[in-house]
Design a protein around this ligand. Structure first.
Ligand SMILES: Cc1cc2nc3c(=O)[nH]c(=O)nc-3n(C[C@H](O)[C@H](O)[C@H](O)COP(=O)(O)OP(=O)(O)OC[C@H]3O[C@@H](n4cnc5c(N)ncnc54)[C@H](O)[C@@H]3O)c2cc1C
Length: 658
């Protein structure tokens, strides 16, 4: 392997001058990608084969323990769980939640020393997939409890906090997570809830309001994010940062004033609105460190994004199986529906997407089980991919079922309503696309900017300043080397050689070079378009989405290749494998096509007319009266447990009173 700047610095016998030069280059250009995750490396044109191959597996012992829990879970879900009633009554009965505790599902991911099952992320997601295949409401409640509620304690709690809370959370008590607020949705950093330490230093005084806390009204504890002001002792300057606090509903000043609102889908879940009025939160309830709450929230979201994907996968499989059976047995034009090519296309597509969601999900949970350090882009890709492709599967399934699929007594109708939320929560997909683009390509973009700052003409600098800077950095070998490689690629189209993918099963060998070529294209086109449109790229969401989609298809293809490779090598057989094998090859072809379409649309797109049409639509909207578009806020009436609608709590348009 060619030495990178990081390696160069450590070469024995380097002179002080050379070492300084390398350090300068590192400061200017940022780190080399060796330590980054697999998707970030694709931006650099590298393939981290060591991270993605072989396909991750759990230990035999853990697999067997998980299987045993899942057997009991399946029996319960099949024979007792009231999934249709849950949707109809907008409530999961308490006995059903208690049953999940009894079946040990609520503490799967909590270490055994704190009363949980101590299973890994993969096993836990297998359970979520199974629950999702029966009841999305239940999957969301289990996920909110464990992935974000308990996980914050498992990862960031002190020993005393873990001992106090985790045994109860594993066995009897639900937990919730409070990040969203009336004015805080996608922009999680904009928290308006505030906290400050009391004068005696014993409490955090908490004020503000939280919205949409899943199971908030049913939980014994919830993690609350709030802004705290910090003053720099030296400069006296202040800044705000998010602090995470453990709250309980019995604390004076904590008011759960709305238990739930009626929803399109996952109707059995309850989202609470919680108000904090000078609530005194004991100091020992600080989670992690002051000002580190956003780290708590974002880390927990890595887990939530997987369980969301697992729920979607389970649901997509159920809908696929039901609609294929329908397609085979429903006759029209004297033929089964499955005889028509446009139905066949949907059947194959459902199988391909479902296989790929599975491959991406359990690759991601494998990363988490392995404690890989750089996985935020991968969990974001997993969430966007699973929610988008799962949604496509369920949509196709409903289309195959025709009018029957639209009937409320058919499960696909419920799954269709339930699945829609996955594209919105745990990071709306558009925000995730921008994140994948910016965070995935961040270090590379910074490196490119570093080169530009070091070697290109700057009109704001003097002639002398420009010349001396360019000479100084031009004589720095590591900077020059990266600049020459980049310059040759961006200006002359001379791409560095494609990465190499080795050791694949013989049946996959044609894909090794084909795939590596796409990684090379990804990196080349990211650099080329970034250079072409320069700083405009920062605000151009359409480009973010295209580049994120390219990365998403590429990563999904890598996961599919890895899973296929393992299955070939372990000698999979039978009709299920035949379905999966052909579906996976179909996916690889589709993935390549989708990748190329996204790539071409970087240069050939309809953005200009799109932006014009958007502008006109906004101008027309300005002619419509605000008063006609007020959102009513409603609580469920079916159970009689929700509170009556409180219009005054809904933010209205300025100047409009209800
Ligand atoms: C059923 C349900 C359960 C929930 N559970 C919880 C919970 O347990 N705890 C909790 O804290 N929160 C929870 N939430 C809140 C959830 O996380 C938010 O709904 C989500 O973050 C999106 O915020 P928002 O709905 O306010 O959308 P907004 O932020 O208002 O965004 C609306 C839409 O605008 C677009 N958009 C926004 N920003 C951008 C951007 N930068 N670029 C491009 N497009 C953009 C997206 O399409 C987005 O869908 C839940 C919500 C629901 C509906």
């Amino acid at each position: 392997m060619e030495p990178k700047t990081g390696d160069l610095k450590n070469i024995q016998g380097l002179s002080d001058r050379d070492r300084k030069m390398i350090e300068e280059a590192e400061a200017m250009l940022g780190p080399e990608p060796e330590k980054m995750g697999s998707v970030k490396n694709m931006f650099w044109g590298n393939l981290r084969q060591d991270l993605v191959f072989p396909y991750p597996e759990t230990s035999k012992e853990e697999g067997e323990r998980c299987d045993s829990i899942l057997r009991n879970l399946k029996k319960y879900l099949e024979e007792e769980h009231p999934r249709m009633q849950i949707d109809r009554d907008e409530e999961i009965p308490l006995w059903a939640i208690q049953k999940l505790f009894t079946l040990k599902i609520m503490g799967l991911n909590i270490p055994t020393e704190y009363g949980g099952q101590g299973l890994g992320v993969t096993s836990y997601n297998r359970a979520l997939e199974m629950i999702g295949s029966y009841c999305a409401s239940t999957a969301v409640v289990v996920s909110a409890h464990q992935s974000i509620g308990c996980k914050s304690l498992v990862l960031f709690g002190t020993e005393a906090q873990k001992k106090k809370w985790l045994p109860r959370l594993a066995n009897e008590m639900l937990s919730a997570f409070c990040l969203s607020e009336p004015n805080v949705g996608c922009d999680a950093g904009g928290q308006e809830t505030k906290c400050h330490l009391s004068e005696d230093g014993q409490y955090y005084i908490l004020n503000g309001e939280k919205k949409w806390s899943t199971s908030g009204a049913l939980s014994g504890m919830f993690t609350v994010m709030s802004k705290q002001v910090f003053t720099d002792a030296k400069t006296g300057k202040t800044h705000e940062a998010v602090t995470a606090l453990i709250c309980t509903p019995d604390i004076a000043g904590v008011e759960i004033y709305q238990k739930n609102r009626s929803k399109c889908g996952i109707r059995g879940t309850w989202q609470a609105r919680i108000r904090f009025k000078n609530a005194k939160i004991p100091k020992e309830n600080l989670l992690h460190k002051e000002g580190k709450g956003l780290q708590v929230a974002l880390t927990c979201l890595n887990y939530g994004r997987c369980t969301l994907s697992a729920g979607m996968l389970g649901s997509a499989r159920t809908c696929m199986d039901a609609s294929i059976k329908w397609g085979q047995t429903r006759y029209q034009f004297k033929r089964p529906l499955a005889d028509f090519e446009l139905v066949q296309m949907k059947i194959a597509r459902m199988a391909a997407y479902t296989y790929a969601i599975d491959a991406v999900l359990y690759m991601t949970t494998g990363f988490l089980d392995r404690h890989d350090s750089d996985i935020m882009v991968e969990t974001a890709v997993c969430k966007v991919f699973a929610s988008e492709m799962g949604w496509r599967v369920i949509n196709d399934a409903m289309q195959i079922m025709g009018g029957e699929g639209y009937m409320t007594e058919v499960e696909i109708e419920r799954a269709f309503r339930d699945a829609r939320i996955y594209l919105i929560v745990e990071g709306a997909n558009e925000v995730m696309q921008s994140f994948i683009f910016s965070y995935g390509g961040k270090q590379l973009a910074e490196s490119m900017l570093g080169i530009q700052a070091a070697l290109l003409w700057n009109s704001k600098e003097t002639l002398g300043g420009n010349i001396s800077r360019m000479l100084k950095h031009g004589l720095n070998f590591p900077i020059l080397k990266r600049a020459l490689t980049l310059g040759a690629e961006v200006f002359l189209g001379i791409k560095p050689s494609a990465p190499i993918l080795t050791g694949l099963h013989a049946s996959l060998s044609p894909w090794a070079s084909r795939y590596a070529g796409l990684v090379q294209e990804h990196s080349y086109n990211f650099k080329k378009i970034s250079y072409q449109i320069q700083e405009k790229i920062v605000t151009r969401g359409a480009y973010h989405a295209r580049i994120a989609d390219m990365a998403m298809w590429l990563h999904a293809m890598a996961c599919v290749l890895s899973k296929l490779d393992r299955q070939f090598k372990t000698g999979a057989i039978g009709p299920e494998w035949e379905r999966d094998r052909t579906a996976a090859f179909y996916f690889l072809e589709m993935g390549e096509l989708e990748f190329r379409l996204a790539m071409q649309s970087l240069y050939n797109n309809t953005d200009d007319s799109m932006l014009e049409a958007n502008k006109a639509a906004l101008a027309y909207s300005n002619t419509l009266a605000h008063a006609n578009y007020i959102l009513p806020e409603r609580s469920p009436v079916a159970t009689g447990l929700g509170k009556s609608a409180k219009q005054e709590l809904t933010k209205q348009f300025p100047g409009v009173t209800v």
